[in-house]
Write a protein that binds this ligand. Sequence first.
Ligand code: ADP
Ligand code: MG
Length: 395
Amino acid sequence: MKIRTIKQIHNLKNKRVLVRVDFNVPLEKGKVAEDARLIASLPTIEHLIKKGAKVILVSHLGRPEGFDKKLSLSPVAKRLENLMGRQVKLLKIERLKDYRNEVVDQISKMKNDEVVMLENIRFFPDEAKDENNFGKTLSGIADIFVLDGFAVVHRDSGSVTGVAKHLPSYAGLLLEKEIVGLSKAIEKPKKPFVLVLGGAKMETKLPVLKNLLSKADYVLIGGGIFNTYLWAKGCKVGKSLIDKEYKNEALKLLKNKKVILPVDFVVGKENGDKARVQDTSYKIQVTNNEAIYDIGPQTIRLYARYIKKAQTIVWNGAMGYFEQKPYDVGTLSIARLVASRSKGKAFGIIGGGETLQAMEKVKMMEFVDLVSTGGGAMLEFLSGQRLPGLKLLTK
Ligand code: ADP
Ligand code: MG
């Protein structure tokens, strides 16, 4: 996929550039608890400033219904200020009409090395569905629009697609990196291409499996998909995480020859008690108050053989309930294997909230070639869906 990027803009001097970032970060006691999303957009912001542009940042935070002081971007602006060593001015205005005049006024007074940030864009109810010409009004404060937050490209909202319809629009460096990286997996992946798929939300995982089955050489399965498959085949799985709605689809998709299923798993109580390994070639015995919580040691060994030969790897979704010991072994082993092979010969991509947490736990994040900042957006992209925010940036 080819998209227009900010590297193609010739003249940025004194241009007002509205940059849609995803600074939807967790807050704790009024402070930013995790700033990876801020750091991810720094290259874009710095690039624009260096070229003489006036940068106006737009983001949402949480899901406010109207103005909500607790969801102000103020702590985010402060953290960004520290990270950049530049002044970040937060514009706190409550109605878009005033907003526009005041913003236009403030921007005209901006110094060359400072940055302006609009207050939480979801304080405006019209933002979500781009109602009452919200995007058009917003476009009135800038000359150019840049979309950088990959995690919001699947949203058809005022500050994503709405504004892009009314201004020359480009992808920022973060968005470009994500699209270029993910395209490597879905366009011409280097072979063997191994997809590792686990986790919980089946409605987001099965479309990925469906789309990538034709492109991948092997798909290694764990988590809820595996449980659902066992249950669909008629095994007693106790209170394992399953999704009954996907019974037939799971049976059909996992029958594919490219799909590698666990040969053993760990079963036990939710708190880790009575944890033991079972082989899938024997009759499966899970009592009513137990569940399948992880892939087993033979499966880890089996999956390691595939991962160690891969040239392209995509990993999304935990292999088990890794928040509880001893059910973390499968997921953390896969994390180490994926990271080591990415450091070596493979192009490695990981994404998803819990998947990233697992990689953080083994402290090998820097070995992964592309750590996607957009969980939901990444899955939709890998499912082959057209993302509304990208459509407007396509060459
Ligand atoms: P991601 O956010 O990385 O896309 P998901 O949100 O789909 O991943 O799912 C991750 C969650 O799934 C983890 O919190 C993990 O505990 C849970 N999970 C995976 N396998 C199991 C299992 N066998 N039993 C219970 N929970 C599981
Ligand atoms: Mg998740």
